[in-house]
Design a protein around this ligand. Structure first.
Ligand code: GDP
Ligand code: MN
Length: 361
């Protein structure tokens, strides 16, 4: 899970990484209370999960007296289509130089990989290709509690020595927070010292429970149930229920429904190797949505066996119409079971989706 900048900065601060003074606001007027603490100029940063936020208009600079007006503008804007619900207002730092720092997991060596670049702020890929000498890397064995000083010296080169403890502290954040990525771009130097001007932190989803991070607190009962079964499930507003296996196939099914001018009620990806019981749970779950009139089951059999899927559908015994498209392992056996129980099985997903759209008309 990717944290928002202000959430990541909170964790950075707790580990002793300096960040600019700032406050988080949800309404422009709130800022009046805080402006006196933030100096004559501020930076307003939309807290949206969008890459290239600055270039997309999500970062605005303002003089203190214009800040509330600027905040209103930013709250009214959408950044790459994402509405702005929170703004981080920070003192504007007098930046001398921008560096790049990140720590990720290097799959090849199964160790942490630290990247430091002398030019930050811009795309790191660009720096890497234009000035490969400006990017330095080090891998570190995750059993080490600290980044060894010789590695820190090698990483920072001629950059200011104050950066070394920041690297070490970011390493602590990564280890303690089960992060897959921690990035500071830019890490800036100012007359007042080194600061993380931006912050990115991605926590391993498998560690969210251990980290005490609860996502989607306002889940519906059905969404919680879907989570318990390990389905990827999203509720939408339409009347055609959708069950697929694999995110790609399920999305393609939604796209086709849209294409034939129908409205999907949900996205449900049962995952790979869906057995009979999982299918039954999925069908009942989707059928439980009050607006669902018909359900499209679009599954590719591989590890998943079509006859098991067919049994699972029959077992669910729901009142709505179920239109099935199964292809692959034991397809004929599946078709037979469905036919015997009066279910409609079609050969292509186009046919299945068209039939579903017809059914709700
Ligand atoms: P991103 O576009 O989401 O990566 O947003 P950043 O937080 O990295 O900000 C983009 C750019 O805005 C940075 O590279 C800086 O050049 C500039 N910027 C951000 N904060 C400050 C600040 O406090 N002072 C100054 N002078 N520039 C800033
Ligand atoms: Mn940035």
């Amino acid at each position: 899970m990717k944290l928002l900048e202000y959430e990541a900065k909170e964790m950075f601060v707790n580990h002793g990484i300096p960040v600019p003074d700032g406050v988080i606001i949800t309404e422009a007027e709130e800022m009046a209370l805080h402006l006196h603490k933030l100096g004559p100029e501020v930076v307003l940063k939309a807290q949206v999960d969008v890459g290239g936020r600055g270039k997309a208009g999500g970062i605005l600079m303002a003089k203190s007296e214009e800040a509330i007006e600027t905040a209103k503008q930013l709250f009214d804007a959408t950044i790459k289509g994402v509405p702005v619900e929170k703004i981080l207002v920070e003192e504007r730092l007098p930046i001398e130089h921008e560096y790049y720092l990140s720590i990720t997991i290097d799959r090849a060596s199964k160790q942490y990989l630290i990247l430091f670049a002398e030019t930050g702020g811009v795309d790191i890929e660009q720096t890497a290709s234009l000035r490969p000498d400006a990017v330095r890397k080090a891998v570190i064995n995750p059993l080490l509690a600290d980044v060894p000083p010789f590695l820190l010296r090698r990483l920072i080169g001629k950059a200011p020595k104050e950066i070394a403890p920041v690297i070490n502290r970011l390493y602590h954040v990564v280890c303690e927070k089960d992060a897959l990525l921690a990035e500071i771009n830019p890490l800036v130097t100012t007359p007042g010292g080194v600061f993380a001007a931006d912050a990115k932190l991605i926590i391993d989803d498998n560690a969210l429970a251990r980290q005490g991070i609860h996502v989607n607190r306002d889940q519906t009962e059905r969404e919680r149930e879907a989570e318990r079964h390990g389905f990827s499930y999203v509720e939408l507003a339409g009347s055609i229920g959708v069950i697929g296996n694999g995110a790609g196939l399920t999305m393609a099914t939604l796209d086709l429904i849209e294409h034939y001018q129908g409205n999907a009620a949900n996205f449900l990806d049962v995952g790979g190797g869906a057995g009979r019981e999982r299918v039954t749970h999925a069908v009942r779950l989707v059928a439980g949505m009050p607006d669902v009139q018909v359900i499209v089951v679009n599954l590719l059999g591989g590890i998943t066996r079509c006859d098991e899927v067919a049994e699972g559908i029959v077992e669910a015994g729901i009142s709505q119409k179920v239109i099935v498209r199964l292809a692959g392992t034991n397809e004929e056996a599946g078709r037979k079971i469905l036919r015997e129980h009066g279910y409609m099985m079609l050969d292509t997903m186009e046919e299945a989706v068209r039939a579903a759209v017809e059914a709700v008309r």
